[in-house]
Design a binder for this molecule. Structure first.
Ligand code: C5J
Length: 222
């Protein structure tokens, strides 16, 4: 049995049953000219976690544990993008519009790609997701079951949107979920703090949180 020092109490798991899910570390959320910026956000906050997310990914790879990446994106014909999502608000660019990094949030476009420092290896699962949650309209649950995964560590962006939505979906499906506090970020500092508090409140009602260093110690049984 492995043990990670976490809040609100230690997170325990058996050897190969744990996987890392890196949520939406895409240029569209982290760079000027992408989807995040089109909504009026200061995207510079997202880049600050790249070294920590990289350290976490490398730790999982070295421990020969699964790393799964997700990408929020849509088909070029937008058939998987509900009008309610595309037409909401007054962004400077809507999903599918042509921006400085290609068509916003469209699969295969330069801006939709995962940040190069965090690029998936050829053997790693990449889940393209049309929603905020990574289980909605994807094969994620099947992939996890196929590999006997019961425990999930989460990193990525944004804490209170795609990360938290996916953790809630996973929790409802029976996975034990742990968020790497310093490997997730939001455009809003207060939303990140609130999301972390919400997740681990009420005896881990959605899941646990821990630092990347504690997670790496735990997966290596240090
Ligand atoms: C958002 C995400 N914030 N990955 N997506 O639209 O959190």
């Amino acid at each position: 049995m492995h043990n990670i020092k976490a809040l609100p109490f230690d997170f325990k798991f058996d050897g190969q049953t744990i996987a890392l899910i890196v949520i939406d570390m895409q240029r569209d959320f982290a760079e000027p000219g992408g989807f995040g910026a089109s909504l009026g956000n200061d995207v510079s906050r997202i880049g600050t976690i790249v070294p920590t997310v990289k350290k976490l990914i490398e730790g999982f790879r070295q421990a020969q544990l699964s790393v799964i990446h997700t990408m929020e994106c849509h088909l070029p014909d937008l058939s998987d993008c509900p009008p309610a999502k595309r037409n909401r608000g007054s962004p400077t660019l809507r999903i599918g519009d042509v921006g400085p990094m290609g068509r916003v949030l469209i699969a295969g476009e330069p801006g939709t790609a995962i940040i190069s420092e965090l690029a998936p290896l050829p053997n790693e699962v990449v889940i393209k997701k049309p929603g905020k949650g990574a289980f909605y309209a994807t094969r994620l649950d099947d992939e996890l079951k196929l590999h006997g995964i019961t425990h999930l560590v989460f990193a990525g962006v944004t804490t209170e949107v795609c990360v938290q939505t996916t953790m809630r979906e996973a929790n409802d499906r029976g996975y034990d979920c742990l968020l790497a506090e310093d490997a997730t970020e939001s455009y809003f500092a207060e939303f990140k703090t609130a999301a972390i508090d919400m997740i681990r409140a009420q005896s881990a009602i959605v899941g646990w949180t821990a630092t990347t260093d504690e997670i790496l110690k735990g997966i290596n049984n240090v």
